[in-house]
Design a protein around this ligand. Sequence first.
Ligand code: ADE
Ligand code: ZN
Length: 319
Amino acid sequence: MTPKAELHCHLEGSIPPVLAHELAARNGLALPDGLFGPDGTYVWRDFLSFLAAYDRVCSVLKTPRDFSDVIHSYLTRAAAEGAVYVEMFCSPERPKALGISYADWVAALADGIDRAGRETGIVGRVIIICIRHLGPDRARAMAERMVAEPHPYIVGFGMGGDEAKYMPADFAPAYRLAHENGYGCTVHAGEVLGPESVWAAIKALPVTRIGHGVRSIEDSALLEELARRGTALEVCPGSNVALGIYPDRAAHPLHRLIASGVRVTLNSDDPPFFHTTLGTEYEQAGLPEAALRRITRAAIEVSFVDEATKKRLLEGVPP
Ligand code: ADE
Ligand code: ZN
């Protein structure tokens, strides 16, 4: 099995329907209306209704143990598909709304990572992610909290949410704080919006990676700039096709992005929402084994894990 590494998967977006049912039942919560279709899968129509469905799934999370179990569950499933390293995007918004302290939430995530590591050998780390449409003040507060209460498993800072809201420059103070304190930085851009969104992100923010960034393919000067900077793209083809950004995998620019010389990684984003997994992304990439291994090595190289762990992980994935 090809060894795999993943840099772009959202904690709440990793919850499969069966786990959402389990969490709701054990927390005595009703599942939100309209979350599931007749076939039992999540229902949404477009990018914004996907974000709304994603928020509804968050409502099944109630206790620190829930967060621990969700990350443990994802990491063990990813390990079964050959993942050796996963960076999870984790948003402090839901635990905050529940009155769970940041320290308790981080400890719960670390416990889930440790359990998965003991059981499967997988290495897991966390990227604290802010939500663009909630605005720069919330993002800044989140970065301040992350810096004030460091944990060795919290290695990066990122932003998801509605790409059409605010400008990357609005979030520069939050990102500057994260960067100056040694956190790796990434941002969703060039997913729903075009190359101008990626330009704005790389000009305003200290990012070494772009979440998605696939629409950079529409601008050859941008591709050159990304390659020159060594900025990596966290590419999620199944997500892009499910959200209608490309009609099918054949139309997806994955191969053209690789050919352009930009560093590319493969990821699942919100796997059960998009009927995919990390293993499926590798399988469906249409790339030979050697190219897939290069992608795994690239993901480890541009990951935000400490250098000693990076070196050890790379030794396990010979070119
Ligand atoms: N949050 C979860 N998945 C996302 C995506 N694909 N784009 C933006 N924000 C997200
Ligand atoms: Zn994402």
